[in-house]
Design a protein around this ligand. Structure first.
Ligand code: FEO
Length: 395
């Protein structure tokens, strides 16, 4: 794939990773991209953001098609997570005249990642780098996504290089959301937000305020994953992020279950049918067959989360425990919740599910629902009554 000019003086020189399906536990459907940008001024040249180590040669090859590698003066590292910074040391070696430029947070991390002799120059919001016809400006963005994260603005091109913010795990040869289609890209944006940024709504809200307060005229936003935003897309993604930050539940119910012998899914199906009869939107998932990234998106959107498991060894199934472990790190906003399940000679699963919800800060709004062995006709009214409690809690 050739480099792509995305704005005046700015070229995409990153890499596509279409086959990636697991991004530190986030199951992704459409690969990802590591977007790097070459900013060519009249007087000097800057490379902004690196790539995953495995793609360094691709990056350097694309850069070299535009300018000689020894003509690059600045290498801006907006974020030290290895998807962007894994190749930083190799890229820095290949750019003999470039100074690594980073936030104070990255300045603490880079020597720990690449050794105490790794050289760099720290920048902050009062600093700028005049390239001639374009000027780089910087805004530290701690916890969007790590303490070191930073945005770089290309003054003169009206382009915000936003690293992890506003991106998607989406491998696409197009560079803009309007080329792929807003609905598709926003779906990927939501999946990315739920599985990467959901617990960081506070820092992201501050980031939005700081971008507005900067007074920068933003014609385009180019993140380091997926496709970017231009024209009407800029306001669209900023408004969409505000809605994601403020969203506390869309009135839907996420029903998540595991199974040993088919009883818990029967309960889940009955609950779902009862809720749908009441007009409540339901998203249902079997933890044994569903991608937990999709489950997490449903949890983020839901107003109520119902989780079920059969009891195995007086406990919930390992798939339920693993999902709680995944969700704990993402810190979803507090939800109303309820636990259900089936059991044979001993119960125990619903107690653990309830404890899992409480650890997340969820409000376990209703008593546990337990069915012995298989749900028979006599159990159905009990299940329906439990579902009705969810209806009441949601409404
Ligand atoms: Fe895309 Fe937090 O790295």
């Amino acid at each position: 794939m050739e480099p792509i000019q995305i704005a005046d003086r700015i070229h995409w020189v990153g890499a596509l990773d279409p086959d990636l399906r697991d991004f530190h536990g986030f199951e992704i459907e459409a690969g990802t991209t590591y977007n790097s940008y070459l900013v060519v001024g009249d007087d000097s040249v800057a490379l902004v953001d690196g790539v995953n180590l495995a793609f360094v040669d691709e990056l350097l090859d694309r850069v070299a098609r535009i300018v000689p590698l020894d003509s690059i003066d600045h290498f801006v590292v907006n974020h030290v997570e290895p998807d962007h910074a894994g190749g930083v040391a190799r890229i820095a070696e290949a750019l003999p005249n470039a100074t690594v430029v980073c936030s104070a947070g990255a300045g603490r991390a880079l020597p720990e990642m690449f050794g105490p002799d790794f050289a760099f120059s720290v920048v902050g919001p009062d600093d700028s780098i005049d390239l001639g016809g374009a000027t780089l400006r910087f805004l530290p963005m701690p916890m969007v996504h790590w303490p070191d994260s930073m945005f770089t603005y290309v003054d003169g091109a009206g382009t915000l290089l936003s690293n992890d913010a506003f991106g998607q795990h989406l491998s696409a040869e197009q560079r803009w959301a309007d080329e792929v289609g807003y609905d598709t890209v926003l779906d990927h944006t939501d999946l990315y937000f739920a599985n990467i940024l959901m617990g960081l709504k506070g820092p992201i809200g501050k980031a939005l305020e700081r971008v507005v307060a900067s007074g920068w005229e933003i014609d385009t936003i180019a993140p380091s994953h997926g496709v970017g935003w231009r024209g009407e897309g800029v306001a669209l993604i900023l408004d969409h992020y505000r809605a994601l930050i403020e969203g506390e539940g869309d009135g839907s119910v996420a029903i998540i279950h595991s199974t040993a012998w088919g009883s818990t899914p029967r309960i889940a199906e009955r609950i779902a049918a009862r809720l749908e009869e009441a007009g409540i939107p339901v998203r249902s998932f079997d933890l044994g067959t569903s991608e937990k990234s999709a489950v997490t998106l449903a949890v983020m959107k839901a107003s109520f989360v119902a989780m079920g498991s059969p009891t195995l060894h007086v406990a919930m199934l390992p798939s339920n425990a693993a999902y709680f472990q995944y969700l704990r790190g993402l810190k979803p906003s507090p939800k109303k919740a309820g636990a259900f399940g089936s059991y044979g000679w001993s119960s125990g699963a619903t107690k653990q599910i309830r404890e899992g919800f409480e650890t997340l800060g969820f409000d376990v709004a209703i008593d546990d629902l337990e069915v012995k062995y298989r749900p028979l006709d006599a159990d159905l009214p009990v299940i329906d009554a439990w579902a009705d409690l969810i209806v009441d809690a949601v409404k």
